[in-house]
Design a protein around this ligand. Structure first.
Ligand code: GS8
Length: 216
């Protein structure tokens, strides 16, 4: 029986990006369904994610999985075991390289978002918080090609979303992440060489135009 894989998504969604990349890394064909998040969420979204009512939702042969990091783990365990996104050692999987850092990304990201939508002193504070968080990640990356070493994996999938917002954050929050975190931006450009990433990240200028509209 052919598999049915549906991703409820929204083109500029940071979290949708994670699911898209993981599916493409594993070579899974999927039907990406664009949701109207502002005014008309589909009955399928409300039914499959009744708690948060948010995208992304992965529906695999009728069974739904919510929350982007949970979705990436599900994809990793379901398809392409010969090309894992997470290490096989439980300690490495939990703390040292993977889940801890993916969780850290989710903790610092709201500051980047707030920096685009605030002004004055408040903006200075969140901008500093965001850039400091990115610097911590840059330190963890060190001189490795990817967060897990030689292999593109879970933390890369979790963090690369920051690159699609780079231009918007730099312009709206008046800062240069490229100057502050050159190694991290270099890593992002390196990740963009992968088809799975290039195909899944929205254009930075399109995201900026969208953020301007949202800001208004
Ligand atoms: C966040 C999903 C989310 O915020 C995850 O999947 O990792 N922790 C979750 N989704 C947003 C779109 S992306 O900005 C969403 O669906 N928003 C609609 C709403 O809040 O009504």
């Amino acid at each position: 029986m052919a598999e049915e894989v549906i991703l409820l998504d929204f083109w500029s969604s940071l979290f949708g990006i994670r699911a898209r990349i993981a599916l493409r890394e594993k070579g899974v064909d999927f039907d990406m369904r664009e949701e109207d998040l502002l005014s008309n969420k589909s009955p399928l979204l409300l039914e499959t994610n009744p708690v948060h009512k948010k995208i992304p939702v992965l529906i695999h042969n009728g069974k739904s999985v919510c929350e982007s990091l949970v979705i990436v783990q599900y994809i990793n365990e379901t398809w392409g075991r010969e090309s894992p996104l997470l290490p096989s050692d439980p300690y490495q999987r939990a703390r040292a390289r993977a889940r801890f850092w993916a969780d850290y990304v989710d903790k610092i990201f709201p500051a980047g978002k707030t920096a685009m939508f605030s002004t004055g002193e408040a903006q200075k504070v969140v901008k500093k918080e965001y850039i400091e968080g990115l610097k911590v990640l840059e330190g963890e990356l060190g001189d490795k090609a990817y967060f897990g070493g030689e292999r593109f994996g879970y933390v890369d999938v979790s963090l690369i979303l920051f690159y699609s917002w780079l231009y918007a954050v730099e312009t709206l929050a008046n800062c240069s992440i490229g100057d502050e975190c050159p190694e991290l931006v270099g890593w992002a450009k390196w990740c963009m060489q992968r088809k799975s990433v290039a195909k899944s990240l929205p254009d930075q200028h399109k995201v900026y135009d969208f953020m301007l509209k949202v800001r208004k």
